[in-house]
Design a protein around this ligand. Sequence first.
Ligand code: ATP
Length: 677
Amino acid sequence: MYCLAYSDYSVCLLIPRTWYRRLTGLAKATKRKDQASSEAPPAKRKKETSFLPAKKTGVGETRRAFRGNAQKTLSPKKNWADTGDQKQEDKPCVKTSSLFKNNPDIPELHRPVVHQVREQVFAPETFQELGLHPHLVSSLLDMSSLLGDTSVQKQSIPVLLEGRDALVRSQTGSGKTLAYCIPMVQSLQAMKSKIQVRVNVLLCSRNGALILFCYLKSEKARLRKGINILISTPGRLVDHIKSTKNIHFRRMQWLILDEADRILDLGFEKDVTVILNAVNAQCQKRQNVLLSATLSEGVARLADISLHNPVSISVLDKSHDQSNPKDQVTQEVTPPQAADPLGGFAIPESLDQHVALVPSKLRLVCLAAFLLQKGKLEQDQKVIVFFSSCELVEFGQLPSASPQLAFLRLHGNMAQEERTSVFQEFSRSRTGILLCTVRSALRLRGYSAPSSPAEYIHRIGRTARIGCHGSSLLILAPSEAEYVNSLAAHKINISEVKMEDILSILTKDDCFKGRKRNHKSHAAGPQEIRERATVLQTVFEDYVHSSKRTVSWAKKALQSFIRAYAAYPRELKHIFHVRSLHLGHVAKSFGLRDAPRNLSVSTAKKRRANLKRPGLHKKTQSTHHLAQVLRSEYASGLERLLWKAGKATSHDPLLFPLLGVVRLLLQMGNAGQFKIL
Ligand SMILES: Nc1ncnc2c1ncn2[C@@H]1O[C@H](COP(=O)(O)OP(=O)(O)OP(=O)(O)O)[C@@H](O)[C@H]1O
């Protein structure tokens, strides 16, 4: 006797083996049809059928995929191992619908072979020939962490010491910050009157500001004596320009725009223009520096309006003639060209980039398996997981993570002090998993795909810094495979890692054992991997469905994910289109057993409304929401206060139960073997 659970009718049918065989054949035909018909199955299906792929192992596991809220089935343990124990078979319980059926086919990745643009990180010298003051040179040499000047420092420092404006472009983690800090400190120290108040402005992201404060900590005393450097996000400075009387720029000598590409990407061009107008009105003679990891039209446009007769500095290996580096660095800036006009984005050589094509249903178990490997099975791993919104990261309302594995959160909606302490804690620690929106430290992975190749560069650029080794993993749905080509167009080379290989990590930890048998004597096969993945998914689903509160969090997180998905820029819509999402499958990646009904209705309604009014209301609420949460990285930081004071509307509290479920997994590890009930 075997069990089929018809979730539509909440019925559990016990049927003879012969019926089962006939139904199994039917299901196979249905599956073939499903797979052939579409890579992205429709959001709603009537009477969807799915079966566990256990035929070869001879166990009688047939299952119906669930729809609706009420679900009954027999014990999966019973389904997997037919022991003939009637009592156990009859025991109803909520089960996990098949993770491995009705998924879109995973396409073969045919990546064009591209030769990545390379930059040499280190220049052979050690600060001595850059025209720096001997005291500064000896201070730099005393700093054991500095390994000689980097290429960008070697090229930028002499130019900036000459008093020239500069547009500096070099790869992430190549040492751009010291490239302008060193000449700025030297020029400020050379000033006769250090007591006069000077406002030298440095614009960057909030975390950029954190990093810089670390650099300048030892200069604190000097700063107090009279050298004033204002480090600000564009949003915050605009607030001051509008509301602070005592801020003036009359004696300003430096204006530095760091992370120019990110500032522009996130829509702060207008704020930067306000700042430039305010500064220009009071101070004409100053040195301007603009730094960026990527060159875009926007950056070139900004260079055009903010720099005066600048020197263009770029550290590309191919274009850089080592025999005569001076010729290379003294080129004048040419007018703006297309995005990455140099023929591709430079990526650190020591960075291994990977991509995995993972059907939505398996996304959560894949990510969890991966994190378990990095956080639990491997030593000294630091991982960053990027999410598309601050609220998705914000799962910290759950009890804190297991002491075995440090989870940290970092995003733009947090108070500055909290961000500083999280940043420092993660920087200091040897291991840990940081869940964040945009920026930070050593090794990183991605959960939501970046919205542009430039953003991709910045995300992966948090690892493999200053010549260190690092790796990245981009998780894409099968329907998003085309994104790899779009990255290749920018000479970004990613190698594929198979989903099965990620999931096979689960066989290394016996707490995911699905059946009572000694697997140690056998090599773990695909069936074993599937069973363990199902055990893991069940843990997630049980956790999410353990209370109304957690269901609500997961639903809101799903909603946030869909909003973010709807906000991909137009040029990527053919790859990331909300219509290609199978809501039921995506719901599973948030630990939900079904797609919430109201969600699909509202999405459909919105879709219909948009179809009726094409181009009328381009900036939808969803795009607005995403823009808001991304902008928070560069905004003034006052929004939170306004929100607290009731002057601003809050975002939906979108909470993703990742911390909680992984915490559970770790507890599982302590408690021993886990099974599907
Ligand atoms: N000469 C040097 N020797 C050794 N380490 C250095 C040197 N210069 C900078 N670093 C270190 O390298 C790391 C990366 O530097 P930095 O943040 O300035 O890079 P960046 O080019 O600005 O990166 P991004 O574009 O991603 O912001 C920092 O941890 C910094 O302390």
